[in-house]
Design a protein around this ligand. Structure first.
Ligand code: GUN
Length: 277
């Protein structure tokens, strides 16, 4: 029997606990989100982040810029937010307009306000086995989901498709820290199905339909991080759910799997950053 990994249900449980925690905080966490440009998906994500924060009693402010914004304008704003004692968490929504050096922007965020865990300080801590202020949201959400369903990680072969800084690289490191044997695959990987067939846990974070029938062994745990609109305008993930779900032991749906867990982790991180010394 295939179990659907219900990210919405776990998100709701996390939100309930977080709301109670925030209610007791004398000073509420404050999340600042920078949104530059007019990527339609980013606008939806940022709106959703703001709505969720409000529901939990977390203050949030969204600062928007046109796609013509300069690096200096963004750097100045980040400096202002770093210095603002009322702001406890900063998120720069990605992707940024193409003329902006995203590394320069991310590097400017104060590590103790870096709610995505993406600055060199926090990712350096993560990759050297030290504890960062917070872990990147999507990887953290994936591990929370695996743990909620009691899925064993230690000693299992995890195959990660996609090597982004947001998902692929940090999730691989976090699985390694939990004693999984980890293989990273990407667009230049040869014979992908030969590798995915050896996975006990498969995580796909590509944004294209890359996992189909006959690519996995029976009883694989399948985590689909991709979310995009297919040629018919339907919300879709990296995994062909219809065929793959027949042989998987656990599978995360799109929508309703990893997406809600990313936002749950963002809210958890926002609260965590507000209570650090
Ligand atoms: N764009 C898509 N996902 C994310 C995320 O988790 N954080 C940021 N900052 N941008 C994103």
């Amino acid at each position: 029997m295939t179990v659907i990994l219900d990210g919405k249900k776990l998100r709701d449980k996390i939100f309930e606990e977080l709301k109670a925690k925030v209610d007791e905080m004398p000073v509420k966490p404050s999340l600042a989100v920078i949104l530059a440009g007019d990527d339609p998906s980013s606008k939806i994500y940022v709106n959703n982040k703001k709505k969720c924060a409000e529901k939990l009693g977390i203050n949030s402010v969204v600062i928007t810029y046109p796609s013509t914004v300069t690096e200096n304008e963004l750097l100045e704003k980040i400096k202002e937010l770093n210095d603002d004692k009322h702001i406890t968490a900063i998120l720069v929504q990605l992707p940024l307009p193409v003329h902006i050096d995203k590394f320069k922007i991310i590097d400017a965020i104060a590590p103790e306000k870096d709610v995505d865990g993406l600055t060199p300080y926090n990712s350096g801590k993560l990759f050297s086995g030290e504890k960062p202020y917070v872990y990147p949201c999507t990887p953290k959400g994936i591990l929370l989901l695996l743990d909620e369903y009691g899925i064993e990680i230690e000693g299992r072969h995890a195959v990660v498709i996609g090597r982004s800084n947001l998902v692929g690289k940090p999730v691989a490191q976090m699985l390694l820290d939990r004693n999984a044997t980890v293989t990273m695959c990407h667009s230049k990987t040869k014979n992908l199905p030969d590798i995915t067939k050896t996975a006990d846990i498969l995580i796909s974070a590509v944004g294209k339909k890359v996992v189909g029938e006959n690519m996995l062994k029976n009883n694989c745990v399948v985590i689909d991080v991709g979310i995009f609109r297919d040629e018919n305008g339907k919300i879709s993930g990296d995994v062909d759910f219809e065929t793959v779900s027949k042989s998987a032991s656990y599978i995360s749906p799109v929508p309703g799997g990893v997406g809600p867990m990313t936002i749950a982790s963002l809210m958890l991180n926002t609260v965590e950053l507000a209570i650090i010394e």
